[in-house]
Design a protein around this ligand. Structure first.
Ligand SMILES: [Zn+2]
Length: 331
């Protein structure tokens, strides 16, 4: 059942109608603010630095507890955000866990004394309490169950109307959308146990936000049918796009709906995606550093003007990229 709504939401979500500059027939967008942390747009943008930052160690709690302890961070969050679940133990353990009906993917660190799982909360998840339950065991046969409660707050994302020209709207053909989803679904669900990123997640280009994450969208005057799965940043075609963090290139190709696309695997089930590019500057299999150029902004695929659609997914679930920038990739 969960798979069904996920498929529905994710297939429709934002493939449709990524926007560049707002079309004249569309009311003003609900949020058009200068992208934080990058300079205002200029007619001749300065290329971003290509050197990667000095790697910093991942944030690992240093004080181990006297007994097995479960921590959730945060304990209260909106849909579309990221939840970090940690099991700390004085001795090595393995564990399996769930949040509601969702299975947790734990990564073992510190010799099994720290287990970490990152989880994206779907943007259309209903408000209310969810229980995190973790069953652990150690090498001596000792077992235990730890539980914690997470409160999902009501979503507060705005609505947005998109007008598509007939030639672009033709890309909404369910067969085209489905074929592209089938190409990408194995990518989202691939899981690399190594954490490839270190240090910050950065904004991957400069420009203005032409559509924020999470907007509930309608097309050509129809009913609201999907959520925007990423952030749209608009600027002239050719504006440099860089990697938000270190990762491996797992997609670097032309897609029909998403246009020229680059997808990076950062490990731990975290992927970032960059769509509608006018040029792709990397090849599949390559490892790129944060701030390394990966493409140039364009309007390929289902786009109404030059912009970058930037997405971060945990498994199949898209989450708000700004949260990753604000927290510097530290979860
Ligand atoms: Zn978009």
């Amino acid at each position: 059942m969960r798979g069904c709504w996920l498929l529905f939401a994710l297939v429709l979500g934002c493939l449709v109608g990524c926007v560049g500059a707002p079309p004249t027939s569309v009311p003003p967008l609900p949020s058009r603010t200068v992208v934080p942390s990058i300079p205002p747009a200029t007619s001749t943008p300065t290329p971003l630095p290509t050197a990667g930052p000095t790697p910093t160690p991942s944030p690992v709690p240093t004080a181990l507890p006297q007994a097995v302890e479960l921590r959730v961070d945060p304990t209260q969050l909106e849909p579309g955000h990221t939840l970090a679940i940690r099991l700390l133990s004085p001795w090595p353990v393995t564990a399996e866990g769930t949040l509601g009906e969702t299975t947790l993917h734990f990564v073992s660190q510190d010799g099994g004394r720290l287990l970490v799982a990152l989880l994206g909360v779907p943007v259309d998840a209903s408000a209310g309490e969810r229980v995190v339950a973790v069953h652990w065991q150690d090498g001596t046969g000792r077992t235990g169950v730890q539980t914690a409660t997470v409160e999902l707050l009501p979503a507060r994302y705005p609505r947005e109307s998109i007008y598509l020209q007939p030639d672009r709207a033709a890309l909404l053909d369910p067969e085209i959308v489905r074929a592209e989803w089938e190409r990408l679904e194995p990518i989202w669900n691939s899981w690399t146990p190594q954490r490839l990123w270190s240090g910050d997640f950065i904004t991957p280009t400069r420009g203005q936000i032409s559509s924020p994450f999470g907007t509930l969208r309608s097309y050509n005057g129809g009913p609201a049918v999907s959520y925007h799965n990423g952030v749209d940043i608009s600027n002239p075609e050719g504006t440099l796009v860089v990697a938000a963090a270190r990762g491996r290139v797992v997609v670097a190709e032309r897609l029909q709906v998403r246009g020229n696309a680059v997808i990076l695997d950062h490990g731990w089930g975290v992927h970032s995606a960059y769509y509608h590019l006018s040029a792709i500057l990397v090849e599949e299999g390559e490892v790129v550093e944060a701030r390394q150029a990966i493409g140039r902004m364009g309007a390929t695929g289902l786009a109404t003007g030059p912009h970058l659609h930037w997405e971060i997914r945990l498994g199949e679930v898209p989450v708000d990229p700004w949260e990753w920038v604000r927290r510097g990739g530290r979860f």
